[in-house]
Write a protein of this length. Sequence first.
Length: 176
Amino acid sequence: MVSRLTTALCRASVAAALVGGFALAGAATSAADPNTGSASDVNTLAGSLSKGYGLNNCKSQPLTEKGEIAELQCGESPDSSGPAAAQYGLFASGADAAATFANAVKDGTMTACGSDIAQSPGSWSQNGQTGGKLACETHQNLAAVTWTTDSKNLVGQIIGRNGDVNALYQWWRANG
C-alpha cells in the first residue's frame, strides 16, 4: 500500500478518465496464492470493504508492507457517485496498520474532511467511539480519503473521479 497505493490508484484513475472507464480482468477468488495472503485473511478483509465492493470486483494484490496479511485492489465503484478506485489492506497489528497509514498520507496535499475534521489527518468516530485515523487529501489533482479501522487493523484508501474531496468524503461517510 503506502505511496504505491496512491500512485497506483492515481494512475488507474487517470487511465480511467482517459478511456472513459476501466474494469479489472477477472474477479478475485477466496483462494489466494501464497504471495497475496491466506484465503481466510482475504475473506476477512473482503468482509470489511466499502459498500459495493467485494471479491467480485476486487483483486488480491502481492503483500509488500510490513505486517500486511491481505490486500485487495478494487476498480470503479458500482455507485456512480462512488470512487474511481479503492485499495484495502489487512495487517497483523495495529502498529503495522498505523505505520502504513502514516506513510500513505505523507505525500498528498492535506485538506479538511468536510466540516467534521478541520485538520487532516485526524481521528474519525462512530457512535461516540474513536474508530481510527482519517486523512483527506488531493494527489495528482484527484481526491483521496485514507483511513484506518483500528479494531480490524485495516487501512483503506479510495480515490475520487476528480478533485472533489468533500464529495468523496461524504460518500465514505455513507458507505465506508
